[in-house]
Design a protein around this ligand. Structure first.
Ligand code: API
Length: 288
């Protein structure tokens, strides 16, 4: 692919959490994006616009169909993105005419299965509960962090390959995430910054399945309509606190995800995927 050719992309989303998906297996330019170029492509005015930019690359692990690299809109590369994992899994299963696929990420191998009707289930791997796995800046009880901001206090820290702090509140809609998110994301307690969730326990749908309303301030992206790893972290936090069973419907701004925390410690996430459009980025965007 010549450097002067437009860069093909697919725009996808999971419950409105949107992604530019590039395929580095067909266009090596996608394998060489630096933070400035990611920011230029992610820019919703001068670029294409997205919460995260996803690059599909040849796998390093022979057990995987592809390697998925994840970049936040601020250009930071991170190890996990639940909504994008469903989208990339759907794409690979379509391309391979297969009902399941394994995707390699910096957080490990993730196994996905088609659930019909453009829904995908992903084993997001084990919830990380140790302070150093989140990571936190010092040894702490991850079930009760000594952290507060405005009406928020006493979060639970959970790692899903990326860091999450989950605050339980009486009314999730009443929390001013735009005001509180940045300070919490950059709190010194989080050496790698943190994704911030506010969660409200709702009346359960059934004794074995809870319902949680969750909103999110994402590390490197701000408020997004949904966060798959955040939904996983929130369910684990609620179950650890005894607020819900180990399975729940997570109700996000953009819609619902089904999350279950298995006895093996792995978290299973099931939800929709969608393609908005395909296009080609002007070469100028690659030389931002
Ligand atoms: N902002 C996250 C990455 C994207 C996570 C989210 N979009 C998801 O669906 O899990 C982080 O910096 O760890």
């Amino acid at each position: 692919m010549s450097d002067s050719a437009p860069l093909p992309f697919r725009k996808m989303h999971g419950l409105g959490n949107d992604f530019i998906v590039l395929d580095g297996r067909t266009d090596p330019r996608a394998l060489a994006l630096d933070p400035a170029r990611v920011r230029a492509l992610a820019d919703r005015r001068a670029g294409i616009g997205c919460d995260q930019l996803i690059v599909i690359a040849p796998p390093r692990d022979p057990a995987a169909a592809a390697l998925m690299r994840i970049f936040n809109a601020d250009g930071s590369e991170v190890a996990a993105c639940g909504n994008a994992t469903r989208c990339v899994a759907w794409l690979l299963m379509e391309q391979n005419h297969a009902p399941r696929v394994t995707i390699e990420t910096a957080a490990g191998l993730l196994r996905a299965e088609a659930r019909g009707g453009e829904r995908v289930a992903v084993d997001m791997g084990p919830a990380r509960l140790g302070w150093d796995e989140i990571p936190l800046a010092r040894p702490l009880d991850t079930l009760h962090l000594p952290l507060a901001a405005g009406p928020l206090a006493d979060p639970v820290a959970v790692g899903m390959g990326n860091p999450h702090a989950v605050f339980f509140v009486a009314d999730a809609e009443a929390i001013d995430l735009a005001a509180l998110g940045p300070g919490l994301e950059y709190d010194p307690l989080f050496p790698a910054r943190c994704n911030i969730e506010v969660a409200q326990i709702l009346p359960a749908a059934a004794p074995e399945c809870g319902r949680i309303r969750m909103r999110v301030w994402e590390r490197g992206a701000g408020i997004t309509p949904a966060c798959g790893t955040g939904a996983c972290a929130t369910l684990v936090a609620a179950a650890r606190r005894g607020l819900t069973p180990r399975r729940a419907e997570l109700i996000l701004d953009g819609g619902s995800l089904e999350i279950a925390w298995g006895e093996d410690g792995h978290v299973l996430m099931t939800g929709p995927v969608a393609t908005s459009f395909t296009g080609a980025a002007a070469p100028a965007l690659l030389s931002a």
